[in-house]
Ligand binder design. Structure first.
Ligand SMILES: [Zn+2]
Ligand SMILES: [Zn+2]
Length: 142
């Protein structure tokens, strides 16, 4: 009973050089449909879990690319320089928060999206989940 269960939110890149494990549950989970996430991911949206940065341990070499996000503030996107997998997002508008791409989880079913943001920017061939909150851009609280 005192055994700590292994993290349900662990994962890594395609080649395995970058690994991460979270010791606490995510604080936010949702899909971002903004144009930058479309470009960076090559897909219709970026499925993202946000964690308190201090609860996630990252191993391996991560390279970051910085651009100006939809907020007008910089966001740094982290990827594996060996295989190119996109893993992390560090938006300066949310200091101390680490975004992790759901597709990199060892168990992708651990992802439970609750919101869709930047829906107004979604591609015509995108699709939305039933039961998620939809926001044209950011949620009003952000
Ligand atoms: Zn890799
Ligand atoms: Zn986005």
């Amino acid at each position: 009973m005192n055994e700590r269960p292994p993290s349900s939110h662990a994962g890594g890149c395609l080649c395995g050089a970058v690994r991460y494990a979270a010791s606490a549950p995510p604080v936010l989970e949702g899909n971002c449909h903004c144009r930058d996430c479309q470009k960076a991911s090559g897909g219709p949206y970026a499925p993202t879990l946000f964690f308190d940065d201090s609860t996630v341990e990252i191993t391996g070499n991560v390279q970051y690319f910085e651009s100006i996000g939809g907020s007008g503030q910089p966001i740094r996107r982290g990827f594996c320089p060996n295989c190119g997998s996109q893993l992390f997002g560090r938006p300066s508008i949310r200091q101390g928060m680490l975004g992790i791409r759901a597709g990199t989880l060892d168990d992708p079913s651990a992802y439970q999206p609750k919101a869709e943001i930047f829906v107004a920017h979604a591609a015509a061939w995108d699709s939305m989940l039933d039961g998620t909150a939809k926001f044209d851009t950011y949620p009003p609280s952000a």
